[in-house]
Write a protein that binds this ligand. Structure first.
Ligand SMILES: Cc1cc2nc3c(=O)[nH]c(=O)nc-3n(C[C@H](O)[C@H](O)[C@H](O)COP(=O)(O)OP(=O)(O)OC[C@H]3O[C@@H](n4cnc5c(N)ncnc54)[C@H](O)[C@@H]3O)c2cc1C
Length: 398
């Protein structure tokens, strides 16, 4: 891709590439490259390692411990992490609640939570969606009633990603049921160890435990855990969603998956020739590659405008749609490339408990589960249909 990198950027790329090569544990890298499942410890340990180096939050300002990287450097970081197969840094702390705290939190909240997010000490989860309140998020009903120096929370959240491991949840609650629905919502920080919280697993199509239901029964949350003003939570919630959608583009990881796809399609044969030389299959791969190149440029533009301090804005919706369409197209092509070899389902292999897949090909065996898992991407972070509504209203003015 033609980008105007300076010699300093090239030196930066060499520095982080060398650091990643030396510090990313091989076992984690193998899991990422081979579509196996990362454990809680894999994710937490990688975050802590980056935290020690000062690289866990590339977009944070230096004031709060960010590395002070330019947009070009952040782009290089994303690309290099994607290329090498680094585990993701979970967005819930670093790129979702942290920007809200920086902009709307009080000093005590910033001083308490931001360093712990940076170091990976606290694992955060997102308590937005509820049964019946996903796309229509503002209809949420989880209730918080103020009683003296705390709120009492009752209700239910759902689809809470990795909530089973979380120390903290940022949670939207209804504090004024009489107000217009957007005007009666508040933004609370809830310690997941508080009595009255129950986390129940939801097992997804690929038989993984990634999402949960979370129930609140008379959960006492100190008033100091309210972010900003009571009943103004909708403003903070929307600011956070823009940050969530920028992260979902995952350009670096898609570049790695594209390379994986090409490798698989070179090894698979059609009429004795590599599948990648089949004109129809090659054209499908090229179409995704072109989309990915275009997304990369768009992502850079959005990051650059977000750095003016106004937040990512509705352009983030474009990244969300395109990024997730590309991720899904890549998984479809992988499954098409290996055909029936993707069929054997071997959870123990996916968990890394044995080295070779039962009854199949080690590259191909995880691909069906990976394909099924990625159906989620066009739903979470606000469904792609909802993103199209946002674009039509906010960008096109329809
Ligand atoms: C794997 C996964 C992880 C998630 N993680 C989290 C999490 O950690 N925290 C959290 O709070 N939430 C999480 N979510 C929830 C996610 O944000 C919601 O699923 C999403 O917002 C859609 O809401 P819904 O599921 O209630 O579907 P609905 O809102 O019921 O939508 C159903 C269908 O109707 C369409 N639709 C609805 N309204 C409109 C409209 N106005 N115009 C056009 N089409 C429309 C939708 O696009 C969708 O196709 C996660 C979801 C998934 C699948």
């Amino acid at each position: 891709m033609d980008l105007d990198y300076t010699p300093a950027d090239d030196a930066f790329r060499a520095e982080i590439r060398a650091w990643l090569e030396a510090n990313l544990p091989q076992a984690m890298r193998d899991k990422v490259l081979n579509h196996k499942r990362l454990s809680r410890d894999d994710i937490a340990n990688w975050h802590k390692l980056l935290g020690k180096k000062g690289w866990s939050a590339p977009a944070w300002p230096a004031e709060w411990g960010g590395p002070g990287w330019t947009e070009a450097q952040r782009h290089i970081w994303d690309a290099e992490c994607g290329r090498i197969g680094a585990p993701p840094v979970l967005p819930f702390g670093v790129s979702m609640v942290a920007p809200v705290l920086m902009k709307y939190g009080n000093e005590a909240q910033k001083r308490r939570y931001l360093p712990r997010i940076l170091s990976g000490e606290d694992w955060w989860c997102q308590g937005y969606s509820e049964p019946g309140s996903g796309s229509d998020l503002a209809s949420l009903r989880t209730r918080a009633v103020r009683e003296g120096d705390h709120y009492v929370v009752n209700g239910q959240k759902t689809w809470t990603t990795l909530g089973q491991h979380a120390d903290m949840m940022f949670c939207l609650v209804r504090t004024d049921p009489a107000a217009k629905k957007q005007e009666g919502i508040s933004f609370l920080l809830i310690d997941m160890k508080t009595p009255g919280i129950t986390v129940r697993p939801i097992i997804t199509l690929d038989e993984d435990h990634e999402v949960n239901e979370v129930f609140f029964e008379d959960v006492k949350v100190p008033v100091e855990n309210l972010v900003g003003d009571e009943n103004r939570g909708w403003t903070y919630a929307k600011y956070l969603l823009g940050h969530e959608r920028t992260g979902i583009a995952r350009v670096g990881a898609s570049n790695r998956e594209l390379a994986f796809l090409k490798g698989v399609a070179l090894r698979q044969k059609k009429h004795g020739r590599p599948l990648l030389e089949d004109p129809v299959f090659a054209a499908r791969v090229a179409a995704v590659e072109i989309e990915l190149m275009a997304l990369e440029v768009t992502a850079e533009r959005v990051i650059a405008s977000a750095s003016n301090g106004r937040g990512p804005g509705p352009e983030a919706s474009m990244l969300k749609i395109k990024g997730t369409e590309i991720q899904q197209a890549l998984t479809e092509l992988m499954v098409d490339a290996v055909g029936p070899l993707a069929a054997p389902f071997d959870p123990a292999f996916l968990e890394g408990e044995h080295d070779h897949a039962a009854g199949g090909d080690d590259d191909a065996a995880p691909l069906a589960a990976y394909y099924f898992n990625y159906r989620k991407t066009s739903i979470y972070g606000g469904s792609n249909e909802i993103q199209k509504n946002i674009i039509s209203q906010m960008i096109l003015g329809i």
